[in-house]
Every structure is written in structure tokens, then in C-alpha cells.
Design a protein around this ligand. Structure first.
Ligand code: G3I
Length: 455
């Protein structure tokens, strides 16, 4: 068709359509009905200026025609019809709550939702969902959103004394330095000895201090009878399962978390896993079996994988995340020991541990922090200059930890109270000052560094 003719047709087409519509028999001459649109729910929320545990909810929904509004305060129970004015809702327990406003009209319903985080250590409802630290100079109070831990021994919690006093004053979590490992709790075949473990756990429970269980399976704390097990591999596996189930069940509801397996990754051999007796007798999937047994024994307990050099050795960090990924929902958290130096590893490598853990939606436990001030063994005393460098490293580590999201926080545990008690002296064979307190129990600049990291 010639273009010119097409143009002429298009020119008269609208007139043609108008005639048809007017000439049609059915002419709709009623009111034009505009379809009803859903009304978009909207609300504002703020914290009461007189009570930090009270949330003020203001329904800001705007819409024409009739619609109904109802609240879900995120605390369970049935919906609450919206009343004129501001709703005042009290949140007495710590946690994360989803507040929803459901608005419905004839066209359907819409929802507006906001998250509220309540943290008693932060003083109640956290403004804008960010729970900040308080300005306290007491570690466990200043660290408003995670446990600050230290290690202890049954001898110390039983005798009380200055060590126990400082533990109760400054810390909100405890880890047994050595008495909750297999060599101590399962000293011989068929026999358990929970005396020391009971003392430590009971001390935590009686004083409202979190107890982190460390460590069910560790090649360095495996009793000789296990290393020299005379039974079959199948009997070995039954023994290990019985040990894990017996121990985890015993402390169910008392121990919040366990390092189920500690330091399974081999250093430098190129083989991902140490050739421990557990690997030899149960195969590479011994790790998964141990987490499965622990999970079945106490489904409410947080299960961690714990290892060292997570920040200083990227290849080992990668191997750790590979193990963690293989465990799927059998694991809840990563324990990075953090036995580090005042000048190593870098902030970026420490941050990489946090990032990898957070990206997996797991809890992070900086589990055994100590910061060597004399890694090169060229210091005979802790100089002010070196003490301040150590302080800065404490602040750096704490700041990284305190910056991770609330849901990934668990605890930051320092591996010892006083410098003179550190395991490092024996391990490295020379003096060091890696902790936050002097031998006379006075605080070091490192303590102030921890507080600084929380600001
Ligand atoms: O205190 C007792 C003493 O009364 C007894 O006579 C003697 C012999 O049985 O043992 C003494 O206990 C020793 C204890 O340290 C306290 O010094 C244990 O033998 C010894 O095995 C224990 O070593 C601990 C080590 O783990 C093994 O369990 C260290 O304190 C502890 O700091 C160290 O911690 C490990 C972590 O669990 C895992 N990450 C590495 C870290 C350092 O190795």
C-alpha cells in the first residue's frame, strides 16, 4: 500500500472509531468507576523519652475510602486493632522484634514493617537498631552487645581470691583453660571425671556468667588411652560419640556454646586436616560426625569450630571456611583464637576473619586473644612505648569485633588475666606481657585499649 493512502486512512481513523462507539447499541452512561487501589500501610516509631523500653508507634497511613489497620508488635499473640493516636508498647526482654502494621481495604492489604532491637546492656530499645556501648570503664558493661570473656581454672573459682574477684567484676563469659578437654574429662576408658568442669560451670551459672565449652575434640588434649585405642575403628567411633553425647548432655542448658573440634587444620603439610587419631580412626568426615552428635545432644547449644592463625595465615583461613561451609547447619560460629602480636597480623587480615564469618551468617568468637609485646624476644621489660603499641592493637581488634552486626556477635575472650599467668611464657620460652593486667592485678594500657575499641 502506497504510503500516501495509509496516511489518509490514519487521519480519519479516530473519527471512525468515535462514530462506532457512539453508534453502538450498548452505551455505558453510568458513573465512571475508578478501580479501588490498596491503601499503603505506613507508620513511624520512636523510643519513649521517659522509658527506654517503651516504643511509640504512630500510624501514618493515608488513604481514601474505608480501611482497617491492625498491629503485630512482634511479641507473639493476636493482632491489635489500631487505636486513634500513638500506641505505646513495652519491650521487657532482649531480642530482635519485627513490628508490623497491616492495613486492609476492599482491594486487599498492605504491610509496613520495622525491626526493633532491645538490649538491656545498651539501656533498652536501641536507637535506629544500633546498640551502642555504654561509657562504662568496666569491660563487660562497656561491651554492651557481646560477652567479654576470660579463662579460668577450677582451683581459682573454688578458692575465690583476687583472680575470681576480677573475673566477676570485669567479665561476662568464662572458658576453661584446660579442664574441659578430653584428657581431663575422660581420663581413662569408661571413666569420666567432671569434677573440675562442674566447678567451673557451676561458678558461671551461680554468678550469671556465660560459659563457653572448650574443647571437646583436640589433638593436643587427647588422652593416651585414646591415642592408643585397642578396639576397632567402629568401636572407636562409638566411644567418641558416647564421650561427646555424655559431656554435652551433662551441661545442657548450662553451657551456651562448645568448641566441638579445635585446630583440625594441618599447618603447612598441604593436607587440609591434621592426621589426628580421630581422622585416622573415623575418616575425614570425623568432624561432621562430632558436630552431628553435639547438635543432637543439645540443639540449643551454639557449636563453634575453633582454630589459630585465622588472621595471620590467609590460606589457613580459607581452609577453615571450607570446613565451616561443609558443616552446613551443623555449625553456628567460628572461633578465631587471635594469639597475635602487637604489630602482626594486619588490620585487614583481622577484618577478613570477621567479614568471612559475617558473610556466612555465623557467630564470631574471638576466642583466645592475647597480644605479644615481645615476639622477637628483644625486650627485657614492657616499655611505655611498647605498651602503647599493644594498647593500640587491642583497640584495633576490639573495634573490628564491635563493628560486626549484632546477630553475628557472641564473645571476645582474652586468654588470661595477668601477664605472669600467660601460657606464652612456657610456649615460647621467654618473657612476655600479652594481657590486660599486671602481676599485681593493676590494669595496663592494654585494658584502656579494649575500652577504646568499644567507643
Ligand atoms: O595446674 C596443673 C598442675 O596442678 C598439675 O600438677 C599439672 C600436671 O597435671 O598440670 C597443670 O595443669 C596444666 C595447665 O596447663 C595449667 O598450667 C596442664 O598440665 C597443661 O596441659 C595445661 O596446658 C593448657 C593447654 O591449652 C593444654 O590444655 C594451657 O594452660 C592452655 O593455655 C592451652 O590453651 C590452648 C587452647 O586450649 C587452644 N588454643 C591454644 C592454647 C594454647 O596452647
Amino acid at each position: 500500500m502506497k504510503f500516501k493512502n495509509l496516511f489518509n486512512i490514519l487521519k480519519v481513523l479516530p473519527l471512525f472509531l468515535l462514530i462506532i462507539s457512539c453508534g453502538s447499541e450498548e452505551v455505558n452512561d453510568g458513573p465512571i468507576i475508578i478501580p479501588v487501589a490498596k491503601v499503603q500501610a505506613a507508620f513511624n516509631m520512636s523510643i519513649s523519652s521517659t522509658d527506654p523500653n517503651v516504643l511509640l508507634l504512630d500510624n501514618r497511613t493515608v488513604g481514601t475510602g474505608d480501611f482497617t489497620s491492625k498491629w503485630d508488635f512482634g511479641k507473639g499473640g493476636s493482632f491489635v486493632l489500631d487505636q486513634p493516636g500513638i500506641e505505646e508498647v513495652r519491650y521487657d526482654t532482649d531480642g530482635t522484634f519485627s513490628v508490623r502494621l497491616i492495613v486492609e481495604n476492599s482491594a486487599g492489604l498492605t504491610v509496613d514493617a520495622k525491626t526493633v532491637i532491645v538490649d538491656s546492656k545498651s539501656g533498652g530499645i536501641c536507637p535506629n537498631g544500633v546498640c551502642g556501648s555504654t561509657n562504662s570503664s568496666i569491660l563487660k558493661d562497656a561491651a554492651a552487645t557481646f560477652f567479654v570473656g576470660n579463662i579460668t581454672r577450677s582451683s581459682r573459682v573454688n578458692s575465690g581470691g583476687k583472680h575470681t574477684e576480677l573475673l566477676k567484676t570485669y567479665f561476662s563469659s568464662i572458658t576453661s583453660e584446660y579442664e574441659m578437654k578430653m584428657d581431663r574429662m575422660h581420663p581413662s576408658e569408661g571413666n569420666f571425671d567432671f569434677t573440675a568442669a562442674d566447678a567451673i560451670v557451676n561458678f558461671g551459672v551461680e554468678n550469671g556468667i556465660n560459659v563457653h565449652g572448650h574443647a571437646l575434640i583436640w589433638h593436643n588434649a587427647t588422652p593416651d588411652w585414646v591415642k592408643n585405642f585397642s578396639g576397632s575403628d567402629a568401636e572407636f567411633e562409638v566411644m567418641v560419640k558416647n564421650y561427646i553425647v555424655t559431656t554435652v548432655t551433662r551441661y545442657k542448658g548450662k553451657i551456651a556454646s562448645w568448641d566441638v573440634v579445635n585446630e583440625a587444620i594441618d599447618d603447612g603439610s598441604g593436607n587440609p586436616l591434621r592426621n589426628s587419631i580421630f581422622k585416622q580412626k573415623m575418616g575425614d568426615d570425623y568432624i561432621k560426625k562430632c558436630y552431628q552428635w553435639a547438635r543432637e545432644a543439645d540443639p540449643d547449644c551454639l557449636l563453634f569450630y575453633n582454630d589459630y592463625n585465622m588472621a595471620s595465615t590467609p590460606s589457613k583461613r580459607a581452609a577453615m571456611f571450607k570446613i565451616v561451609d561443609s558443616l552446613g547447619d551443623l555449625i553456628d560460629g567460628v572461633g578465631a583464637q587471635m594469639h597475635i602480636n602487637y604489630n602482626f597480623p594486619s588490620k585487614a587480615n583481622i577484618q577478613a576473619v570477621a567479614d568471612g564469618t559475617v558473610s556466612r551468617g555465623l557467630k564470631l568468637h574471638f576466642a583466645e586473644l592475647d597480644i605479644r609485646a615481645n615476639p622477637d624476644n628483644n625486650q627485657t621489660s614492657l616499655t611505655a612505648e611498647r605498651a602503647n603499641l599493644q594498647k593500640a592493637k587491642f583497640a584495633e581488634v576490639v573495634k573490628i569485633y564491635n563493628s560486626i552486626p549484632l546477630e553475628n556477635k557472641y564473645a571476645l575472650t582474652v586468654w588470661g588475666l595477668r601477664d605472669n599467668e600467660t601460657w606464652l611464657t612456657d610456649f615460647w620460652g621467654h618473657i612476655d606481657w600479652p594481657l590486660m593486667f599486671n602481676e599485681d592485678y593493676s590494669k595496663k594500657p592494654a585494658y584502656d585499649g579494649f575500652i577504646e575499641g568499644l567507643q
